[in-house]
Design a protein around this ligand. Structure first.
Ligand code: PLP
Ligand code: SF4
Length: 338
């Protein structure tokens, strides 16, 4: 049977998100076959693969245009030879996050809110990711460490919001997620839980009935910041998921990363933010890429980024213009550019 036939049979029955997550594409040869691409025209890097393996969920790959090396979704997952470039200023831990790590899995950098690394892994490996050199194993909390994190939060009544991050916080099971949300709801001073996740984009099936139930039952105010970089990442399964989350009262925001040859044109960004808004999601951040080793080919200059934001302001209502930010090592908040 050809791969095409197999994939037709696959899509015939509804797969669960867990099944999709346990059947990610990790072999570049398979990705090339599915996308009808020839490795000879754009060889991949074994070094890049060894450092940060290829990982892509099938529902995401289905949105990539076949035969197109310039596809903006493909560019985000392809372990290209450009990753071997060693550029001055591009380092493994550009944010010095280790300094703000009081207990494992918890980052307290910002006033009033802490970030919890809820899952040690992601459903996709985005090549530009600033966490690509992060030691997740050391930051994947055990239950005992979770207790330590909850105690830290409960001890500081100035903390009102917990940001669940990762990895991808929705990569943990429904029952773990439910438990986590219940524990957080028990901390009196907490009002809000924010979930930073790419899963509703890359595996829309992740918006399972179990997840929807536990999100709709909590006393906590919920914010979900999805991570969508290009309109082509939105298909009807993804936007249906946004609709369900909106219906149960989750505030939906988007955080994109500004990436060269993915979304660094005004047209692409306007298109993305308009499309997101039609599906209940407001833009939040547009992040400058961090200067992480191996990601120079995604880098966009400040000058170009500022020009883009000016064009967005001229073309869109204010509420559809994301805040252009970067993280500067040692600073408490994100720095706004422009
Ligand atoms: C972005 C971020 C936050 C949240 O910052 P907001 O300004 O509230 O969006 C918190 N912790 C870390 C580590 C972050 O990167
Ligand atoms: S989903 Fe987010 S944290 Fe995970 S690899 Fe992609 S950018 Fe990095």
């Amino acid at each position: 049977m050809t791969n095409q036939v197999v994939s037709l049979i696959r899509s015939d029955r509804a797969e669960t998100w867990q099944e999709i997550l346990s059947d990610l594409i990790t072999d570049p040869q398979e990705l090339l076959r599915l996308l009808k691409l020839d490795a000879a025209t754009s060889p991949y890097s074994l070094d890049a693969l060894a450092q940060f393996p290829l990982k892509a969920p099938r529902p995401f790959v289905e949105r990539i245009e076949k035969g197109n090396w310039h596809d903006p979704l493909l560019r985000q997952i392809w372990p290209s030879r450009f990753e071997e470039t060693q550029a001055a200023g591009f380092v493994a831990d550009p944010l010095h996050e280790e300094e703000f790590n009081p207990v494992p899995g918890l980052l307290h950098k910002y006033q009033g809110r802490v970030l919890l690394t809820a899952a040690p892994h992601c459903a996709i490996h985005c090549r530009y990711c600033f966490r690509r050199h992060f030691d997740y194993r050391a930051n994947s909390p055990s239950r005992a460490q979770w207790e330590e994190a909850f105690a830290y939060i409960a001890n500081d009544s100035s903390i009102e919001e917990v940001i669940l991050s990762g990895g991808d916080p929705l990569a943990i099971s429904d029952s773990q997620f439910h438990w986590l949300l219940q524990q957080l709801a028990n901390i009196e001073a907490l009002t809000t839980v924010r979930i930073h996740t790419r899963l509703p984009i890359v595996i829309p099936q992740r918006i399972s009935n179990e997840l929807v139930r536990c999100l709709s039952e909590t006393r906590l105010r919920l914010v979900m910041v999805v991570h969508c970089n290009h309109r082509q990442e939105l298909d009807s399964a993804v936007t249906n998921g946004f609709g369900i989350l909106g219906d149960i009262g989750v505030t939906m925001l988007n955080q994109a990363v500004l990436l060269k040859d993915v979304n660094d044109s005004a047209e692409t960004l306007i298109d993305l933010n308009k499309a997101l808004f039609q599906h209940n999601v407001l833009p939040y951040y547009l992040h400058m890429p961090d200067q992480v080793a191996g990601t120079e080919h995604f880098y966009v200059t400040d000058q170009h980024a500022i020009e883009l934001i000016k064009t967005l302001h001229a073309s869109l209502p204010g509420y559809l213009v994301p805040r252009l930010v970067r993280e500067n090592p040692g600073e408490r908040g994100k720095t706004r550019i422009a």
